[in-house]
Design a protein around this ligand. Sequence first.
Ligand code: CU
Length: 131
Amino acid sequence: MVGITLLVVVFGGAAAFGSIVGVNAYNDQQYASLHQGCSSHHVSHFVTIKDSVVSPENTVASKCDTLTIKNLDDVDRMVAFGVHEMHTAYDGVEERDLLGNQEFTVTLIQTGSFKFHDHMHDEVAGTFQVQ
Ligand SMILES: [Cu+2]
């Protein structure tokens, strides 16, 4: 929710500012500052949750790639980063509601090994490593 609000503010600012500095330049600058120096060039990784199975269970990626998590089950999920009951924000996202067929994307700004799980069904979990 915080992330969505922030994006609205950023794009609102870009629209007001766009006629002066150019919308593209402004958006790139905002993107860089929001994602700690990552440019818009990256590899997109996709993880799906189907029949309560996370696939692939582990994703190996490079810094500044993106990771999209999609819920293919007709079940309401809340994807959370970190271990259950000790959620830790990644790319500004601590938890995200994912209804059936919804997805969200984070930029892999931080290197290391990370976990995520469905807070509503915490046996549904995956990991990713950012090199
Ligand atoms: Cu949890």
